[in-house]
Design a protein around this ligand. Sequence first.
Ligand code: ATP
Length: 304
Amino acid sequence: MNVTVRAAAKINLHLGVGAPRGDGFHPLTSVYQAIGLCDDVTASDDESGWDLRLQVSDWIDAGAVPVDSGNIVTRAASLLARHHGIASDGHLLIEKAIPVAGGLAGGSADAAAALVALDRLWDAQTSDEDLLAIAAELGSDVPFALLGGTALGTGRGELVTPLADAGTWWWVLVPSLEGMSTPEVYRHFDKLFPDASPTPPPADELIAAVASGEPHRLARLLRNDLQAAAIDLRPDLGLLLDEGEEEGALRGLVSGSGPTCVFLCESADHARDLAGALMRRGHGIVLVANGAVAGAHIVGGNHG
Ligand code: ATP
């Protein structure tokens, strides 16, 4: 038997960051959106034992993704198996199109996809509540990768609530060939903002803009508190945001902890035009994606 599950990259329309809590995590108010840039995870039990393989889009460096116990899908498998008191058996294939260490939560997407795929492969019938709890244990962005759509994340981002979203939002993405470490960006945020409030800035106005479906209104309200830290570490990102806005993006934003930069556009045509302009300026990899799309879901498989 095999089952293939697709999970999407996320961007943060709002990432409000507070001062670190006692446990070291930063309290967040995050408005996540799942966009149409996806990894597929296929789980199969054609042979016994545990195995993990990786296939990547040609511009992604496969060497940046561990294929041993360091891969988050291996941890996902162990946690799910332990929850059910069974052995973690199966062959997993990750087909990766989401940039690695790009601020798009690609690893979290893979973890969510692996949970859904293995739950089906093992016929474990995990409840949604338990799946979300296991996801939260794996990482702050993993519950959202299960949920998809547009959602509010609180706590350290792991407590997710779906939001009303009336738009079809068009994004141009410019990934970077060199990833950034999320913990390092948070450490730099703490250095730059030692007096950050313990309460992260709310997202109420932006949430209303998402519900209105109006891109110009949303553009004005996009916010990422990690952006200053990311640009301080990587000044080229600031230049890239300027370029995108000069070429007509409604707004440019660093995605999460970076380095991927995302540009909000008015329409699909506008996004294609902007992508062309950025390529002409010499950016090799420029992607167009729309949101919001579904969370981790089954797209294929057989019961053979
Ligand atoms: P986030 O924004 O959630 O921090 P990110 O998109 O910046 O995530 P990821 O692509 O999730 O970063 O990867 C972060 C690190 O996790 C990588 O540098 C890699 O070494 C490790 N990793 C483990 N498993 C995976 C996986 N399945 N896909 C990508 N990276 C993985």
